[in-house]
Ligand binder design. Structure first.
Ligand code: AMP
Length: 190
């Protein structure tokens, strides 16, 4: 099984690129953000716990997302691998993922990191807000908090995966098709 991590700041285009990646490489796309938004929509206890954190632009507790991911690993059949989108987002989550995969005799295959400068993040999120209406895209203060959270808690993962020789950076500036072609060029070598 292949285990790809789709990495990058908010607004980098992870969700957009995931759709074509999962089709071409027969992957199960697991977006922790989407899973959490469905829990909120369904009004589950987990959704209620996550709602205020997400809407303020903060992370939900590590154990919550780790549990969601592990449950999906166990329940998914008939794919060649997984595409993790928005997970891991902290070093603790990355360590938990390594342990989860080790228990299954597996390991992270490659981190595909879509990089865009901070100056583009606001523009991309404003565009998405107009289309998708996500609560956490709506206010500049919440978006600023998500960018800060990304730099503080998630960006250290770059060095974590570089040290393991698994980090691959893709230039995320350009059209959807241009970025997709760069990602496919990388994945075709694996
Ligand atoms: P996303 O759709 O990936 O932008 O995620 C939306 C929000 O869900 C994030 O801003 C966090 O509040 C929460 N979230 C998603 N994935 C994680 C994660 N791996 N760890 C903690 N919180 C997460």
């Amino acid at each position: 099984m292949k285990f790809f991590i789709l990495f990058g700041p908010p607004g980098a285009g992870k969700g957009t690129q995931a759709t074509s990646m999962k089709e071409k490489y027969r992957l199960c796309h697991l977006s922790t953000g989407e899973l959490l938004r469905s829990e909120i929509a369904a009004g589950t206890p987990l959704g209620l716990q996550a709602k205020s954190l997400i809407e303020a632009g903060n992370l939900v507790p590590d154990e919550v997302v780790e549990g969601m991911i592990e449950a999906k690993f166990g329940a998914t059949k008939d794919v060649d691998g997984f595409l993790l989108d928005g997970f891991p987002r902290t070093i603790a989550q990355a360590e938990a993922l390594d342990k989860m995969l080790e228990r299954r005799g597996e390991a992270v295959t490659s981190v595909v990191s879509i990089m865009i400068p901070d100056s583009l993040i606001g523009e991309r999120i404003a565009h998405r807000a107009a289309i998708e209406g996500r609560a956490d895209d709506a206010s500049p203060e919440i978006v600023a908090n998500r960018i800060e959270t990304y730099h503080k808690k998630t960006e250290p993962l770059v060095d974590y995966y570089k040290a393991k020789g698994k980090y691959n950076e893709i230039d995320g500036v350009g059209s959807i098709e241009e970025v997709r072609a760069r990602i496919f060029d990388h994945l075709d070598t694996i």
